[in-house]
Design a protein around this ligand. Structure first.
Ligand code: UDP
Ligand code: MG
Length: 321
């Protein structure tokens, strides 16, 4: 029987020489473990020389393939593009900045061979993340886990999916996907391995605050309608509050007390105004999601693919095919 083929899928955005570092490291680890593999690198519209490095690597090594998206579609879209290109029996998704240690891949593969369909790498530590970053992701992940029952605490995007799990994931048609959520949502027999998250190998995080905010909102809106119910709850709370306040005022008026209150009025207006706007905002986010989904635009566009070793050696034959 043939050895199983492991596809390693990695998104790349302006990683520069990090591309070479990554390809070499993955090769070292997987060859060392005697695994048959292919490496699918997705250039997410980098503006530096990432693509020429990927193309160069692909020319040197038949196991390396690259696709180049037509612009920066974001990490989630790049991941999807990579997953759709992957041809392996098991697919490992990993960041290209070496924050996810490739050395954990053999252990993940062993779990898969022992029967798990989805193997998640969970964080043992969080080196390489700033305190603010750690705090905000902690708050978000805990809130997300509480609202949706999809466990994100300590979760990473570093995952192995068996072929059936990947096929299930690919059936999900949503436009703005959230890999960490969807790959939990599908279920399947799961296992975890613990990894140490490393410092980033080159430069700073490629995420912007805006990008992270969008990711958080997309994640929430695609997995739960709890925020909408919270708006309703807040409305009920306000109604009760108004009744109590009304009764109290009435009692005071009847018993002859004067009702002081310009400041109170202003404050109440501000508070209600805030809640009304927040409520509208929450509804707006869901509406925007619906709008985005019904447009049914492609989730990413491929501009070109790397030419492999074979195309190089015998270009005519390839052209005939
Ligand atoms: N990335 C991407 N497109 C983007 C942003 C990031 O493909 O728009 C890639 C990036 O090259 C890296 C991975 O996603 O391989 C994780 O990015 P980063 O390390 O910047 O994020 P963090 O580790 O801070 O979550
Ligand atoms: Mg990183």
């Amino acid at each position: 029987m043939n050895d199983p083929l492991i596809s390693v899928v990695s998104p790349i955005f302006n990683e520069g020489e990090g591309v070479d570092r990554f390809v070499e490291r993955v090769g070292e680890v997987l060859e060392g473990a005697g695994l048959r593999y292919e490496l699918v690198l997705v250039d997410d519209g980098s503006s530096d020389d990432s693509w020429s490095r990927i193309a160069h690597r692909a020319r040197l090594d038949a196991r390396v393939r690259g696709v180049r998206l037509s612009r920066n579609f974001g990490k989630e879209a790049a991941l999807l593009a990579g997953l759709e290109q992957a041809g392996g029996d098991a697919i490992v998704v990993i960041d290209s900045d070496l924050q996810h240690p490739p050395s954990a891949i053999p252990a993940m593969v062993r779990r898969w061979q022992a029967g798990a369909h989805v193997v998640e790498a969970v964080k043992r530590n969080r080196t390489g993340q700033s305190l603010g970053n750690r705090l905000s992701s902690r708050v978000f992940n805990t809130a997300f886990t509480g609202l949706t029952r999809v466990d994100l605490v300590n979760a990473t995007d570093f995952r192995l999916l068996g072929r059936p799990a990947l096929d299930a994931l690919r059936q999900m048609p949503e436009h703005s996907s959230f890999f960490r959520g969807t790959s939990s949502w599908i279920g399947f027999t799961r296992a975890t391995v613990e990894v140490d998250i490393d410092h980033r190998a080159g430069g700073a995080s490629r995420w912007t605050l805006r990008g992270l905010f969008r990711l958080a909102v997309n994640g929430l809106t695609s997995f739960t309608s709890a925020p909408l119910h919270l708006v309703t709850l807040a409305g009920i709370g306000f109604a009760l509050f108004s009744v109590v306040l009304g009764v109290q005022t009435l009692v005071r008026w009847i018993s002859g007390g004067s009702v002081a209150g310009f400041t109170t009025v202003i404050l109440l207006l501000l508070v209600t105004g805030t809640f009304v706007l927040l409520g509208l905002g929450v509804i707006g986010e869901y509406l925007a999601r619906i709008h985005e989904e019904v447009r049914r635009r492609p989730r990413y566009l491929i501009q070109e693919r790397s030419a492999g070793v074979f195309e190089q050696l015998v270009p005519e034959q390839h052209a005939e095919r």
